[in-house]
Design a protein around this ligand. Structure first.
Ligand code: TYM
Length: 337
């Protein structure tokens, strides 16, 4: 295991974890965790880039760790930890910021989208610097692969650019990480069930288009039944509308089925039937996660112990990278250190 390639990934503990997060990231993490040495992080500092209620943020951080495990992450095999428990993330982010041109950050589409929603005067500089903290997360652990959804591709490209720039200017220090996106064949970009032109997102205005992993099961079915399709009557696999294509994509991601199976199961069937079949598969994936989640949250001491152990393991590697960075830059080691 120690020689295995290193994987790092994380999720924000804001909003409700949803089917897009599961299919784009969490399931690929689970399915491939035996191949890698994994770090899975709850990125609470990233969540602070927009206003948060403190009690809710703490509750959501715990909820997220429990959901990681409930979905199948093995806390013995993989290191699970909370970003703010390892202070090297913030420290390295500052240093990397000094090597990141503003122009690179100004081109980030997620920043442009989010800062358009709230006006510029109220947008925090944290939101602007968000991808630098993400680069720090990844680079601290000598990461080889970063399994994420399609929406993180640009941030990963930026991480690689920052690492290359630092290595070029200061000397070989960081491993250059590779994105791992869409390698399961489906699920890298799950769209909203109501607005299939936009991705399923925690920050969407209404939650009718979002299947939260902790939604009551009857609500999951009802949301699929109300999913937008089009005015046709049956599935046309040659030119499906965006809504139908999204339902088929969700089905493919949930079952791992081939296009031949998709054809024999769906070509020409009615939309009602399509929605029910996809809902059945989604519920079969979500129900056991909910059951395991309830068990885990009944035992907060065990979750705390997992996080403590995870932070200790993460800190060890993070401290090693930080001291290499400090040495490169001429930052004086603390006396006695
Ligand atoms: P976050 O919390 O928005 O999303 C967590 C993961 O879920 C994926 N995802 C989706 N995949 C498919 N379809 C969707 N509709 C969908 N929505 C979200 C995301 O791509 C992501 O993999 N910046 C990151 C968190 C982060 C991070 C990191 C990730 C911070 N540091 C270092 C990897 C490595 C984020 O906000 O993800």
């Amino acid at each position: 295991m120690t020689d295995s390639p290193i994987v790092f990934s994380g999720m924000q503990p804001s909003g409700d974890l949803h089917l897009g997060n599961l299919l784009g990231a969490l399931r690929p993490w689970v399915l491939e965790q035996h191949l890698f040495h994994n770090y899975f992080c709850v990125v609470d500092l990233h969540a602070l880039t927009v206003p948060q209620d403190p009690l809710l943020l703490a509750a959501k951080s715990r909820e997220l760790v429990a959901l990681y495990i409930a979905a199948g992450i093995d806390p013995v095999r993989s290191t699970l930890f909370v970003q703010s428990h390892v202070h090297e993330h913030s420290e390295l982010a500052w240093i990397l910021g000094c090597f990141t041109p503003m122009g690179w950050l100004e081109r980030m589409t997620q920043y442009k989208d989010k800062s358009r929603k709230s006006e510029r005067e109220r947008t925090s500089s944290g939101l602007f610097n968000y991808p630098v903290l993400m680069a720090a997360d990844i680079l601290l652990y000598k990461t080889n692969f970063v399994p994420v959804g399609e929406d993180q591709r640009q941030h990963l490209e930026l991480t690689r650019n920052i690492a290359n720039r630092f290595n070029g200017l200061v000397g070989e220090t960081f491993v250059i990480p590779e994105p791992r996106i869409g390698h399961m064949g489906a699920g890298a970009k799950v769209m909203s069930l109501q607005e299939p032109g936009t991705k399923m997102s925690k920050s969407a205005e209404s939650d009718a288009g979002l299947i939260a992993l902790l939604d009551p099961i009857d609500q999951v079915r009802a949301k699929f039944r109300r999913a937008k399709t089009d005015s046709g009557t049956g599935v046309d696999l040659e030119s499906p509308s965006a809504g139908v294509a999204n339902l088929l994509e969700i089905y493919r991601a949930l079952t791992g089925c081939t296009s031949d199976t998709l054809r024999s199961e769906f070509d020409g069937i009615g939309y009602g039937q399509l929605k029910d079949k996809v809902a059945d598969r989604a519920i079969a994936a979500i129900e056991p996660i909910q059951a395991r989640y309830r068990e885990l949250t009944a035992d907060p001491a065990t979750l705390d112990a997992i996080l403590r152990r995870g932070a200790d393991a993460a800190r060890e590697v993070a401290a090693e990278t930080m001291s290499a960075v400090q040495g490169r830059l001429g930052l004086l080691p603390a006396a006695g250190g």
